[in-house]
Design a protein around this ligand. Structure first.
Ligand code: GLC
Length: 425
């Protein structure tokens, strides 16, 4: 892993810190970074480069892996006015929840430089006319499939529908089990957390069952297509997916997949570079495509949009240095490097960068997937989104674990969401 990282870095040359000349040296900064896959290691690498270049020090603190637990811990620290962490890696669905605690990045980045980011992403991070974070990378759910096993079992192409995925997974699982009792058809994220909201939203949208709440704020989730989607996923548990999938998060699924013990996996792009790392048993034996579509008149392939950003704590004792580090981390050069590791750039130009595409042709495919990805109903629900998402993943989880039928769970969800909505979002 390390050697690949270093090689890639060398390919891009030394990355220069922006605007660092004007900075005082000897500042100690703390940044809280994600820990899923290579996130933490890459954060240490990139912040270390900046520290060396500017003569400052950066300590990288590990955030808890689960998205919603992270949000809760950030809220706790920031509401207490803590200055411990200077920069937070936040999710792009949190601006309206945390925005007040962060500095306006427009004070640190010229408007002309902001034009190099996707305008929608800048807009998404603008709260009350303040740019509360710099978009760092985008995410979209993908279907990973084993090219060698598809060929071995005579499948010409990866599945286009969930029914095809079920059929292929079953055949491959049965065949592989003869020599590998630990083999499974399909792994994904079924734990009761934000990741399940992302997975279940994909199933439901793929069946034409809507986005839980529509853009006008109507609660739409209690419908037959959504029920069919949840029923389908519940049918995977213990058949093509391990029973334990209902407690899997991203890294649990990747563990099974990367060990060579699954035919298909749903995950974010970060798993691509890891799957192809030098010591990976599945190196060169897999590819990615869009997730399968469901059935029904409005069926389509659906992928949940995610992503992460860099925000500077307004209680920080070193706002200027912290902002400089955030600007560096979101710079073209750093994003070009990270793109090859599975972190989709927030700058459109990087998708066309010849060196990036040579090192990771995969990046060229991501532009389209990201553009057509489904957003969670965060804008309309604002600060109530965490409660909405929790109600949704709990309802989905109760169906997956057989504690509830899809129909009953969605009816109950509808009344919970009505209560959360109250007189309006
Ligand atoms: C990834 C996505 C994020 C999502 C999370 C769920 O980190 O980028 O948007 O909320 O996974 O586990």
């Amino acid at each position: 892993m390390k050697s690949k990282l270093v090689t890639t870095l060398m390919a891009f040359g030394t990355v220069m810190a922006l605007g660092s000349a004007a900075l005082a040296q000897g500042v100690n900064l703390r940044i809280m970074c994600g820990t899923v896959g290579t996130q933490f290691e890459l954060c240490k690498k990139v912040t270390g480069d900046w520290a060396q270049k500017t003569g400052n020090r950066v300590e990288v603190i590990q955030a808890v892996p689960s998205s919603n637990d992270r949000l809760a811990s950030y809220q706790q620290q920031l509401a207490a006015g803590s200055s411990d962490i200077d920069i937070y890696q936040i999710e792009n669905i949190w601006p309206s929840l945390l925005g007040d605690f962060f500095v306006d990045m427009k004070d640190h980045v010229p408007a002309t430089a902001l034009r190099d980011f996707f305008p929608t992403m800048i807009e998404n991070h603008t709260v009350n006319n303040r740019l509360i974070a710099l978009p760092w990378y985008g995410d979209a759910g993908l279907l990973y499939f084993r090219t060698d096993l598809l060929e071995k079992y005579g499948f010409k192409a990866p599945p286009k529908t969930w029914a095809e995925l079920e059929a292929q997974a079953k055949v491959i699982q049965e065949g592989e089990r003869r020599s590998n009792p630990n083999f499974w058809g399909y792994v994904w994220q079924g734990n009761a957390y934000e990741g399940l909201t992302c997975n279940a939203l994909e199933w439901i949208v793929s069946f034409g069952g809507g986005t839980i709440i529509d853009t006008r704020g109507n609660i739409t989730v209690n419908n037959p297509q959504a029920a069919a989607a949840l029923r389908m996923a519940a049918g995977w548990v213990g058949t093509i997916s391990p029973r334990g999938v209902t407690s899997y998060r991203e890294e649990d699924s990747r563990g099974v997949w990367q060990a060579g013990n699954a035919a298909f996996m749903r995950n974010w792009p970060y798993a691509y570079a890891l799957g192809n790392s030098a010591d990976s048993p599945i190196r060169g034996k897999f590819d990615v495509t869009v997730l399968p579509r469901g059935t029904g008149p409005n069926a389509k392939s659906a992928s949940t949009f995610g992503g992460h950003s860099l925000a500077v704590n307004r209680f920080s004792k070193n706002v200027k240095a912290a902002a400089d580090l955030a600007v560096y981390m979101a710079s073209y050069e750093v994003q070009a490097f990270r793109a090859t590791m599975g972190f989709n750039p927030t700058r459109p130009a990087v998708y066309k960068d010849a060196a990036v595409l040579r090192a990771a042709p995969f990046v060229g495919k991501m532009d389209d997937v990201m553009n057509s990805a489904t957003v969670r109903p965060t804008t309309i629900t604002g600060t109530k989104y965490p409660r909405v998402s929790e109600a949704f993943w709990n309802a989905s989880h109760s169906v997956l674990t057989g504690r509830s039928t899809a129909g009953a769970a969605l009816a109950q969800l509808q009344s919970t969401l009505n209560r959360i909505k109250g007189n309006g979002w």
